[in-house]
Write a protein that binds this ligand. Sequence first.
Ligand SMILES: Nc1ncnc2c1ncn2[C@@H]1O[C@H](COP(=O)(O)OP(=O)(O)OP(=O)(O)O)[C@@H](O)[C@H]1O
Ligand SMILES: [Mg+2]
Length: 375
Amino acid sequence: MVRFENVKKAYNDVTVIEDLNLHIKEGQLVVLIGPSGCGKTTTLKMINRIIEPTSGSIYIDGEDITKVNPVMLRRKIGYVIQQIGLFPNMTIAQNVEIIPKLLGWPADKRRKRTEELLHMVDMSPEQYADRYPSELSGGQQQRIGVLRALAAEPPLVLMDEPFGALDPITRESLQDEVKRLQKKLKKTIVFVTHDMDEALKIADVIVLMKDGKIVQAASPEELLSNPANDFVAQFIGKHRLNDGLEIETVEDVMRHDPVTVTKDIGTSESVALMKRKGVNSLLVVDDEGRLEGVVTVDKIRKQGKAGRNISELIDKDIRTIPTNTNAREAFDILIEDKLDYLAVVDDKNKVKGLVTKTSIVKALAEVVWKDNGHE
Ligand SMILES: Nc1ncnc2c1ncn2[C@@H]1O[C@H](COP(=O)(O)OP(=O)(O)OP(=O)(O)O)[C@@H](O)[C@H]1O
Ligand SMILES: [Mg+2]
């Protein structure tokens, strides 16, 4: 749908976008995120030619956008700017109908569309269509800003921090709405934010930028489980597992059924068990369930002897954490120490669970998606 090829933007000698390559696929909601000044708005505005690249090309549906008249181009692209930008002297209906009107839709078709859109966001047309923006709350105005961008049914919608100044509750409900509209109307959306929670909630793909460059472009799950470098890890770490989520201790994010064995189990039996359970390591415990160490499939393959048990192959150097460890802290340990897992033990060193990046992502996804039917 949108393709950036070696796009660069410089103001005088200062490069603000450096060799940007990005492919935004049809129907995707792609979130651009990163610190202030990293080039998110610039990237967005180059798509509808409000800003022209210094070099490189941008294609929409295979067509080089420099070949398209910018005014015509913009009529086909919905745009929600960083401030709401409703026209104060126009009614809500007139605001929503700006582009349809420019496109020459007849009045009755425009009105019908406006009513349909207002219903979509639970604002009755009778009540709101003929009011002025100043007679609406901030959240309602932002809703209208979003509707205006969708009014002419553009296949592509650009949104620059559309929910910037909203309270968390209104913000959440608008996020849900955008996600729902995107799925229902199959729109391609490029969405700018600097809020990682927002990105994780709505994105199909998150593009994390820094100093005019893409640091990582990946699905939320990939980003959480495989951050490309320390900057990404930090950026996620800071934003994840913070207040407000119903995740507190590692008990909320661990696997409760780690596969445990005692050390008298044979090597081939261990490998078979791992295969059956779909894991690549087993926690070794004593008869009381106390942790002794871990044995991995790699080690058995390399050093194991057929017909022997695993006792000589146990790695006792496994990192453990107590059950009441803060989930965020566990996540930070995993990422910073580049570990694959942490064993969760009680005060008698009995195994209670296993924290892996996957288990954290699953727990997070549950919290994040719980209320809007995402499977
Ligand atoms: N007209 C301009 N002339 C010179 N520099 C500019 C101009 N417009 C933007 N910049 C610079 O380009 C860089 C990227 O700006 P941009 O607006 O894309 O950042 P952003 O990621 O959207 O930031 P924010 O999160 O604060 O909105 C910044 O360093 C900014 O100062
Ligand atoms: Mg910006």
